[in-house]
Design a binder for this molecule. Structure first.
Ligand code: C2E
Ligand code: MG
Ligand code: MG
Ligand code: MG
Length: 281
């Protein structure tokens, strides 16, 4: 009767939990191995200045090139890398690799790299980044760090210190996914920030209706008030692009310009060569 039913579902629940724990453990072992073997690599998505459609650089996006499972997106491993305390190492490796890839590109191109909130807990973060840039001979002014607002909630004072140090030597700072996190408008005047990145979700809703434009327009205006630049991500449609241009948004990113692609594909793309269709994912 009811008792046995309860026991049965409890047992199924426990079995499910055990299964999930096993899976997580397997993924963790696999990720530790992947980090040691450099299977996490940077992909690059073009950033386009909207006045004149010039390529100004790339956002660096992590991909796990898994030997048997193929290409794994960041959402499937970044949170775990944070949990097991290896996100700083992952960041460092991506930055080194990106600086080295950028050596064969036009020397004015910039890199925007995502930084995880948990990295601000490490006081040596700024000097580690500057060491990498010096060793790779990559000018700090060509680097932008993308941070999420949540990072600032947890570690405001250490974030301010670290970002100020980096900004003093020319690194710039963007607030990523702006408007989606637990943010405070005070961060805009309190923290060393150069740019707001308008979240893809807002840009997508703008495609649907006039109502959706209100948030995008408000963010661009807010940015103007605080002397910040803006990047719109997730631009897929030409009509969205032209309206963003009219609003005065200065940089655009999205499938309309290009998806994130590997270093090899990026070099081909920069040379103006068509990507082999097998690669043009
Ligand atoms: P994000 O920093 O907001 O990056 C933009 C995401 O939007 C990327 O997803 C990009 O591929 C996607 N995107 C850009 N334009 C379009 C578009 O037009 N249409 C669609 N459908 N998508 C578009 P991705 O590469 O899967 O990265 C997801 C998130 O993972 C990133 O969001 C970032 O928060 C995080 N991430 C990626 N690489 C790293 C990393 O190296 N370190 C850290 N801490 N986080 C990372
Ligand atoms: Mg980003
Ligand atoms: Mg973003
Ligand atoms: Mg986003």
């Amino acid at each position: 009767g009811t008792r046995r039913g309860l026991h049965g579902s409890l047992r199924r629940f426990e079995a499910g939990m055990e299964e999930a724990l096993k899976e997580r453990h397997a993924l963790e072992v696999d990720l530790r191995r992947a980090l040691d073997e450099d299977e996490i690599v940077p992909f690059y998505q073009p950033l386009i200045a909207l006045d004149g459609d010039r390529l100004i650089g790339f956002e660096v996006l992590a991909r796990w090139q898994h030997p048997t499972r193929g290409l794994i997106p960041p959402a499937a491993f970044i949170p775990l890398a944070e949990e097991i305390g290896r996100i700083g190492e992952l960041f460092d490796k991506l930055l080194v690799r990106a600086c080295s890839d950028a050596r064969s590109w036009p020397s004015d191109l910039r890199l925007s790299v995502n930084i995880s909130p948990t990295q601000f807990a490490e006081p040596q973060m700024a000097s580690r980044i500057l060491d990498i840039l010096a060793k790779e001979n990559f000018a700090p002014a060509r680097l932008e760090l993308e941070i999420t607002e949540n990072a600032l909630v947890d570690e405001v004072s250490s974030a301010r210190l670290i970002l100020t140090t980096l900004r003093n030597v020319g690194v710039s700072v963007a607030l990523d996914d702006f408007g989606t996190g637990y943010s405070s408008l005070r961060h805009l005047s309190d923290l060393p920030v150069d740019r707001l990145k308008i979240d893809r979700g807002f840009v997508e809703s703008a495609r649907l209706n006039e109502e959706g434009w209100r948030i995008v327009r408000a963010i661009v205006q807010l940015a103007g008030t605080f002397d910040l630049a803006t990047t719109a991500e997730g631009i897929e449609a030409p009509e969205i692009l032209s309206t963003l241009r009219e609003l005065g948004c200065d940089i655009g990113q999205g499938y309309l310009f290009g998806k994130p692609i590997s270093a090899e594909q990026t070099s081909l793309w920069l040379l103006g060569r068509p990507l082999p269709t097998a690669l043009a994912s």
